[in-house]
Design a protein around this ligand. Structure first.
Ligand SMILES: C[S@@+](CC[C@H](N)C(=O)[O-])C[C@H]1O[C@@H](n2cnc3c(N)ncnc32)[C@H](O)[C@@H]1O
Length: 326
């Protein structure tokens, strides 16, 4: 089946990479902020995991972004005989959403579909991007407000400068982890990454050298009913067996905001990367979040760099998110 993912505009590359990390399929088309993919089946649970997608639709027709073409396309789309409403989303320049909604609605009404704007059984969605209009049946509307409800300040244990839930969830998804697999964060801080991993059903193990942070992580995970195994330990000497974890996601310490418990930041990064490589299973992915370039250290450790993303936070902070494989 053919799906279109309506990607968020908060980052140039992360929303696309997040979809590709968790959906197996073939990309058939890409226009601004829309990724069209063929997949064998659509797993709703996977759709609901996404942090940086607005909607997932099953594509019914793709046409030129002109009202006459859209009207014609809507005359031939196959939909179940239930009540429908039409929502259009314009990405960038193009037709007005209201005009597109009226055009598709008219074509469907003429074909005998019941239009119910208040309580439709099916939501038809039109994505207007570049020169095309992609029309489809809405499969998932991602409720991004649920991430807001887990903002760091709303958790029982708060520490400034931590990752926001949406970026934490995307970082977890970038590992491609399956539910029940084991995800490890050796610099867990207040547990933001473990929380998002736990909520998608992963088994989470975290550690930090600072016992207050481990205690804070425990409070935060308990609050959201996420079970975990937590340790106070130095990321340079992990008390974990070789090749025992399925994925690592971690936000590495950086100079200014946290106390570095090591001879130097570089020493900590180099030694911790060796340890992460050791505990990760062969072929598994790690997502490393850093505040300074660490590609050389990553390659020297023996990882293969698969992707690099920049996440703009504010004028003086752009995070690097590096996806690596053992
Ligand atoms: C950038 S913070 C992680 C923030 C975390 N992602 C969150 O959302 O709260 C880095 C963490 O590394 C920890 N840390 C510093 N040196 C360490 C070491 N040698 N071993 C393990 N953890 C260390 C700090 O205590 C801090 O909690």
């Amino acid at each position: 089946m053919r799906l279109a993912f309506e990607l968020s505009g908060e980052s140039k590359s992360i929303p696309r990479a997040e979809v590709l990390a968790i959906f197996r399929g073939v990309v058939v088309r890409e226009v601004e902020r829309v990724l069209v993919m063929d997949v064998e089946i659509y797993d709703q649970t996977l759709g609901n995991r996404l942090a940086m997608t607005h909607t997932v639709i099953e594509v019914k027709n793709v046409c030129e972004q002109r009202l006459a073409s859209i009207y014609q396309a809507a005359q031939s789309i196959e939909l179940p005989r239930v009540s429908v409403a039409v929502r259009a989303k314009r990405i960038g320049h193009g037709l007005r959403s209201v005009d597109v909604e009226a055009t598709i609605g008219k074509a469907l009404a003429e074909r005998g579909y019941e239009i119910d704007l208040a309580h439709p059984q099916l939501l038809v969605r039109a994505l207007l991007s570049e020169d095309v209009c992609i029309i489809g049946k809405t499969l998932t509307m991602i409720d991004r407000s649920r991430f807001e409800s887990r903002r760091p300040r709303l958790r029982p244990y708060f520490y400034p400068g931590v990752l926001l839930p949406r970026i934490a969830r995307a970082a977890v998804n970038l590992t491609g982890i399956n539910p029940n697999a084991l995800l490890f964060d050796p610099f867990c801080g207040t547990g933001g990454l473990l929380l998002e991993a736990g909520l998608i059903g992963a088994t989470v193990v975290g550690s930090d050298i600072d016992s207050r942070m481990v205690f804070g992580t425990k409070m935060n995970l308990d609050y959201y009913d996420v079970e975990s195994a937590l340790l106070v330990q130095d990321a340079q000497r992990l008390a974990l067996r070789d090749e025992c974890v399925d994925a690592v996601t971690t936000d590495l310490p950086y100079g200014r905001s946290v106390s570095i418990r090591a001879r130097s930041l570089n020493q900590l990064t180099v030694t911790a990367l060796d340890e992460i490589l050791r505990v990760l299973k062969c072929g598994a992915r790690a997502v490393l979040i850093a505040h300074n370039p660490i590609e050389r250290e990553i390659s020297d450790a023996g990882f293969t760099i698969e992707e690099r993303h920049a996440q703009y936070v504010h004028k003086s902070l752009t995070r690097e998110i590096v996806v690596v494989r053992k």
